[in-house]
Design a protein around this ligand. Structure first.
Ligand SMILES: Cc1cc2nc3c(=O)[nH]c(=O)nc-3n(C[C@H](O)[C@H](O)[C@H](O)COP(=O)(O)OP(=O)(O)OC[C@H]3O[C@@H](n4cnc5c(N)ncnc54)[C@H](O)[C@@H]3O)c2cc1C
Length: 363
């Protein structure tokens, strides 16, 4: 039995993968779920857009995970159920400065060995006629697509239950003891060969209280909105300087995202609504076309070096960490699950991915 703590996208993907290799799996989640990052996520699968200088290892991890997402597209029926699209991403330049910036971005991505296409204003508007006509141009990143996190979550949950996994909710889970294959918390005792900590931004709180271990992680709050439009307005994912927009099924669009240091605050506040609405209005003046559906807040877990923490702890090799995925957890869920599966099977983290292990913090 492997116990997974936390049922965000990372916990769900890991559970699914372990069930596929015949492991028994129980996921533990809080009865009153936290403002999970997954529930607010926009679901972009866009490693080229997200690539940054000095993040070579993270970029390679994103590319490897994207390849696993691309494989999923072969199953068209499943792709439809989870809202996995065939579209691309367009980085829009709204003024001359932005246009200069995207030319640098193109050079940077080209040097990484990937192709992008610089489009002028009319080429961009041909692809996305509903864009504001005051743009300068754009950078087209083919196949940097998107999945719908809520559809994805409910699909994997069903799959886990169908394959014999258990998702157990508990009133509270603040502290555990895990020794000699016995997980003890509150009034529970569970026999388990390994436990996996997948509590996103809350992982550190649990590890600190239970094992006196602390990583340099902080919560970064993010808010996204969903709107309904009468007709399909965009084909691709649109990235602006301050916001990004993803077309969803049934003429809905997702708009993300704020990023604020607000500790563990979970409620949506007016400044966040204003931020998203203001920049949406600057990109699409006809905001009366957007009917408001939903707003969600989620806490991303951001590690000090920007990389996720995936791998076993040194002081107890049966405690596996899988958190700190910051802005990229949906994109990185398949590769994270694959690394954890390899560790369970081979008792070691594949060499290529050792960089992400807790060892880099001497833990
Ligand atoms: C606004 C926004 C937009 C984003 N957009 C994208 C995007 O476009 N593409 C992308 O790849 N990523 C995106 N992200 C990032 C992505 O959503 C996260 O990296 C990912 O969801 C993290 O998943 P997780 O499972 O690690 O954590 P979470 O989804 O936060 O889940 C953690 C879970 O652990 C549970 N938990 C906490 N404490 C305990 C405890 N003590 N015991 C049991 N359970 C516990 C919580 O209730 C929660 O369910 C976005 C994030 C936000 C906030």
């Amino acid at each position: 039995m492997i116990v997974i703590i936390g049922s965000g996208i990372i916990g769900l993907f890991i559970a699914n993968e372990l069930l596929e290799i015949g492991k028994k799996v129980t996921i533990l989640e809080l009865k009153k779920r936290k403002a999970s990052a997954t529930s607010a996520s926009v679901g972009m699968l866009a490693p080229l857009i997200e690539s940054k200088p000095y993040e070579q290892e993270l970029f390679e991890l994103m590319i490897d995970s994207k390849a696993l997402w691309d494989k999923k597209k072969n199953d068209q029926k499943q792709s439809k159920v989870i809202g996995l699209k065939n579209n691309s991403s367009i980085l829009v330049a709204q003024n001359f400065d932005d246009f200069e910036e995207i030319q640098f971005k193109k050079k940077f991505i080209d040097n990484l060995g990937f192709e992008t296409k610089l489009l002028d204003k009319s080429e961009t508007l041909k692809i996305e006629p509903n864009l504001n006509s005051n743009i300068e141009g754009s950078l087209f990143c083919k196949n940097n697509n998107q999945v719908e996190p809520s559809l994805l979550e409910s699909f994997i949950r069903k799959n886990i239950l169908k394959n014999g996994g258990e998702i157990k909710t508990v009133e509270s889970f603040e502290k555990f003891n895990f020794k000699k294959n016995k997980l003890v918390f509150n009034e529970y005792q569970i026999k388990a060969e390994k436990i996996v900590i997948c509590c996103g931004a809350w992982s550190n709180l649990l590890l600190k209280k239970s094992m006196n271990i602390s990583f340099e992680i902080r919560p970064l709050k993010g808010v996204s909105m969903i709107f309904q439009t009468n007709t399909k307005m965009f084909e691709n994912n649109l990235w602006f300087k301050k916001i990004y927009i993803a077309p969803r099924q049934n003429n809905q669009i997702a708009v993300g995202a704020t990023e604020d240091e607000k500790g563990f605050e979970e409620d949506v506040t007016l400044d966040e609504m204003l931020y998203l609405s203001k920049y949406l209005w600057e990109s699409f003046p006809e905001i009366e076309k957007f009917k408001f559906k939903k707003i969600s807040a989620g806490l991303r877990s951001a590690v000090v070096d920007g990389n996720p923490i995936i791998g076993n702890l040194d002081i107890n090799k049966d405690v596996i960490c899988a958190f700190g995925h910051y802005r990229h957890g949906i994109l990185l869920a398949p590769i994270t699950a694959s690394i954890v599966k390899d560790y369970v099977l081979e008792k070691k983290i594949p060499n290529k991915y050792c960089f992400f292990s807790p060892k880099r913090f001497n833990l």
